[in-house]
Design a protein around this ligand. Sequence first.
Ligand SMILES: [Zn+2]
Length: 313
Amino acid sequence: MFHHFYDDIHPKGQGAISEKEFESILDYYQKNYNLLRANDWLLKAKARSLSERDVCITFDDCLKCQFDVAFPVLEKRNLTAFWFVYSSVLEGGAEVLEVYRYFRTVCYKDDIEDFYKDFFPFLYQSENSELIKEGLKGFIPEDYLKSQGFYSRNDRIFRYLRDRVLGKDLYNNSMDLFIELKGFNREEVLDLLWMDNENLKTLKSLDHIVGLHSHSHPTCIANLSYEKQKEEYRKNYNYLKDLLGVVPETVAHPCGSYNEDTLEVLKSLGVNIGFRANMSFPDRGGLEFPREDHINVLRRIEGENNSFYQQPY
Ligand SMILES: [Zn+2]
C-alpha cells in the first residue's frame, strides 16, 4: 500500500519515499514473492486461488506524486497496479486533509514534531479549549491506534484530537485558521497534489485498475449512516464508471475504515474485492484483504535504523 512519493517537484513529506526506495521495495517483492500485475491478481482473487506469496501493488488517494514518480517505474518493469481514487478532487474539489498535509510538509520540513509544538498550543488556546480538555481526560496515547506501530506519541494525540474530539468541521476550521495565520497559499498547490482525469485514463488504457475509495474520503466512514455511506460510494462509482467506461470492481477502505453497512453498500454495487489499510488480522479475503504499508516494508528491507514513519494524512 503506497501513498506519498517525493522528487524534485513533490516535497518530501512525512512517510514519502523516493523513486529509488520504490525500486528497492519492488526488488524485494520480486525476489521474495510473486508480484503480480493487477489484473492477474484480481482474477486469482475472484477465483479464490491466490497463494500466500501472491502480492500486488496498490496506490491510494489519486495523488499526482504517484503518477509522476511511481508510474514510470512500473512501466519500465512491465507491472500494473491498483489505483484507489476518491472522486471529489477530480470534480475540482480540494480534500483539505491533503492540503493540510502539504502545508505541514513545506512549513515544517525538518520535523513534524515542530508542527505539533506550534499547533497544540494554538488548539489549546482556541475557542475549543474546553472541549479538548474534556476530551483528553483519561486518554492514553500509547493505547490509541496501537496497530500503527510507527506513530509517535504526538502523532497519536494529534489523530485522536482530530478524529475523535474535534471531528471534521471543528478540526477543519481550526486548521484553516492556523494555516491563514502562517500565511500559506492553498490555491497554489492544488494541481500539484492530485491526478486529473487524463492521468486516470492513461492508467486505465495501460491495463492498470482504478478502484473505489469513496467520494470525499471521510476519515471514518464507519461513523456515517448507511445512507451517507451509500451516497459516498455511489458517487465515486458513477464518476469512475462514466470517466473510464468500465465498472469499478474493487475498493480500498479510506483510512481502513468500514463496517457491516459499508460491506453491504459495496456488495450492492457489485464490488466484491477490497483492501484494508493494515495487516492487523489474518487474510479474510473478499472485501477485507490486508495490506502492508510501504513504510513497514522499507523498514524490513533497510533495518530498524530507518527514520521514516508513515503518515497518510
Ligand atoms: Zn486514502
